[in-house]
Design a protein around this ligand. Structure first.
Ligand code: SAM
Ligand code: SF4
Length: 316
């Protein structure tokens, strides 16, 4: 199936599906400190699969399960299995903080998962606990190890945070020298309802690149700019929503855990999908794709995203 195109000719073949807004961590750049009740009613397994089936009929080929923390969902394994079996879906991947992954990685692989992104902003246990408000670095590293042992392709996601992990970038990027594993450095985005990060926290892609001498450019991959160290097994990528206009390469839409399609991460516009039948879901998907703006608004430390939700309620 040829992917459905938006109003600017971008073929939309990728859907990020948030399966919960709940999380066992509280990353300072993502969500508020306190415990949060789920907002709205979380989509059921059947409802999520129905949306994925409709999306596949419109040419969506790649599904990423995310959250909140997707591994908190009791039915995450059947969700993976059923999503992977939808005709037209070529790839199901998952983004997780990894802390609950040990013991689940092989089951997820058997359910059809092939690739997993694991978030890791620091290799220092005390800093990990600080940025996640209490998380255990050992558990995250254990999750990475479990995923690799299970034969899953692992990518590390690291948010660039000036004054926090700038000094650790070489050590983090070094992971790619010996391991067949990629790392993606993501510019910090000023999301609503998170702790205030000053201007210095917004480390740019170019500033980060300057801290990593020896990287050589490779052809890009979607919204990521890719690099590699000489002789390295993995690659180093940068995703720069703040400083580089990558919207022309955007090929995705998002589904929130409470059943709204989001045409753009930074737009308040949302299209409700819960309770609709297959044809109406397809219609809503077309509407969401056609509503994608050409680019997201300018963002800065002072100019917060107009997403209207915190990141755990969108899915990253
Ligand atoms: N809980 C899972 C995790 O942490 O990987 C999945 C959900 S999380 C919202 C998805 C991704 O969004 C993570 O890689 C996280 O680092 C990233 N993220 C969250 N808030 C962000 C922000 N303000 N700027 C940049 N990336 C952010
Ligand atoms: Fe949870 Fe992921 Fe947000 Fe951290 S980034 S609070 S792990 S949803």
């Amino acid at each position: 199936m040829t992917p459905f195109c938006d109003a600017f000719g971008r073929a939309i073949s990728y859907m990020r599906v948030s399966v919960t807004d709940q999380c066992n961590l509280r990353c300072r750049y993502c969500m508020p400190a306190g415990s949060e009740e789920s907002q709205g009613e979380t989509m059921t397994e059947d409802e999520i699969i129905r949306v994925i089936e409709a999306a596949a009929e419109l040419g969506i080929k790649k599904i990423r399960l995310t959250g909140g923390e997707p591994l908190l969902r009791k039915d995450i394994v059947p969700l993976c299995r059923r999503a992977a079996a939808v005709p037209g879906v070529e790839e199901v991947c998952l983004t997780t903080n990894g802390t609950l992954l040990s013991g689940m990685a092989a089951t997820l692989r058997d359910a059809g998962l092939r690739r997993i992104n694991i978030s890791l902003d620091t290799l220092d246990p005390e800093k990990y606990a600080r940025i996640t408000r209490g998380g255990s670095l050992d558990k995250a590293l254990g999750g990475i190890e479990a995923a690799r042992s299970a034969g899953l392709r692992v990518k590390i996601n690291t948010v660039l945070i000036g004054g926090f992990n700038g000094d650790e970038l070489p050590r983090l990027a070094d992971i790619t020298r010996e391991n067949d594993m990629d790392i993606r450095f993501i510019e910090l985005m000023p999301m609503p309802m998170t702790e205030g990060f000053g201007q210095d926290a917004y480390l740019t892609f170019r500033e980060a690149l300057a801290l990593l001498p020896g990287l050589r450019p490779l052809p890009g991959d979607g919204v990521a700019r890719l690099y590699q160290f000489e002789g390295a097994r993995g690659r180093v990528g940068f995703i720069s929503p703040m400083t580089c206009d990558f919207c022309a390469q955007c090929n995705k839409i998002r589904l929130t855990a409470d059943g709204y399609l989001k045409p753009c991460l930074h737009s308040r516009q949302e299209i409700p999908i819960k309770g609709l039948d297959r044809e109406k879901i397809k219609e809503a998907l077309r509407q969401a794709i056609l509503a994608k703006p050409e680019r997201h608004p300018y963002l800065s430390a002072e100019r917060l995203s107009t997403a209207g939700r915190s990141m755990n309620r969108i899915g990253g």
